[in-house]
Design a protein around this ligand. Structure first.
Ligand SMILES: NC(=O)c1ccc[n+]([C@@H]2O[C@H](COP(=O)([O-])OP(=O)(O)OC[C@H]3O[C@@H](n4cnc5c(N)ncnc54)[C@H](O)[C@@H]3O)[C@@H](O)[C@H]2O)c1
Length: 261
């Protein structure tokens, strides 16, 4: 069980966290549960059930492929059935699959990046709306990236630029319905080895070299010249999700050591 930095901060709230089996999503979901939220952990990976069990209490898990509309709709419906509604959606699924100069991307690889890092957020935002409306309001936090200005992952950058556009435009549309839409834009984040790799085919030596160039660029672009930790990403996501951020909407908050993305 994760440490509750602000005990009771999410008491009475139902949260859906996508991509909750590992990385930033796992940390966000466990801490939200520790701080009193009833949390649905959603992921494509089966072991999301084990992760939700770590949270104990009323946490639940469901597997869904959020690159499909059916998966997004089923996940939000599951949360409403299980917990009686949804108050907060954290759209965390995403991540660059491949690092390479744009000229080296094949068309199917471009499509895969958009499917991974734009469509789950677009579908889940749409699928949660009736549930938030039924509660009289709520909050959506999207996890974007500072890669909107960065090398060797242009299709991913484009997907995250789309996430920023969803955040701003949907916030404008929904402010009158008591629904806030906000985002963080994480920078490079240190993480333990991934149980589910970003690229199931593994990275070739050439791709590893391109990845090293990305790491250099990300470090140089940050005023702090370092990567952040998973905890340093989870904290601002949960602040934006909480009622402490009640006058913040349409904002994409860079969390990248000074790099604005
Ligand atoms: N880690 C970083 O350095 C970094 C930097 C900037 C932005 N981000 C963003 O933060 C978010 C989380 O990053 P991370 O590194 O923790 O991710 P990760 O790759 O470690 O984990 C992503 C999780 O999402 C799940 N997932 C992937 N596709 C899915 C799908 N179609 N349906 C359901 N679940 C799916 C995976 O199974 C996995 O558990 C992403 O949106 C990423 O773009 C991360």
């Amino acid at each position: 069980m994760s440490a509750a930095v602000f005990p009771g901060r999410f008491a009475g709230k139902v949260l859906v966290v996508t991509g909750a089996a590992q990385g930033i999503g796992r940390a966000v979901a466990l801490r939200a549960a520790a701080e009193g939220g009833r949390v649905l952990f959603v992921d494509r990976a089966d072991f999301v059930t084990e992760v939700a069990a770590e949270a104990g209490g009323e946490a639940a898990a469901v597997t869904a492929d959020l690159e499909t509309w059916q998966g997004a709709e089923a996940a939000m419906g599951h949360a409403a059935d299980r917990f009686g509604g949804v108050d907060i959606l954290i759209n965390n699924v995403g991540g660059a699959i491949r690092m390479r100069p744009f000229a080296a991307f094949e068309p199917d690889q471009i499509d895969a990046e958009i499917r991974r890092s734009l469509m789950p957020t677009l579908y889940c935002c749409r699928a949660v709306l009736p549930h938030l409306a039924a509660r009289g309001g709520g909050t959506i936090v999207n996890v974007s990236s500072n890669a909107t200005r960065g090398i060797h992952r242009v299709p991913y950058s484009a997907a995250k630029g789309g996430v920023n556009a969803i955040t701003q435009s949907l916030a404008m549309e929904l402010a009158g319905q008591n629904i806030r839409v906000v985002a963080t834009a994480p920078g490079g984040t240190e993480a333990p080895p991934r149980r589910i790799p970003r690229n199931a085919e593994g990275d070739s030596p050439r791709e590893q070299a391109w990845m090293a160039e990305v790491v250099d660029q990300v470090r140089q672009s940050a005023f702090m010249h370092r990567y952040g930790s998973i905890e340093e990403q989870a904290a601002p996501i949960l602040f934006l999700a909480s009622d402490e951020a009640s006058y913040i909407t349409g904002t994409v908050l860079p969390v990248a050591g000074g790099d604005l993305g």
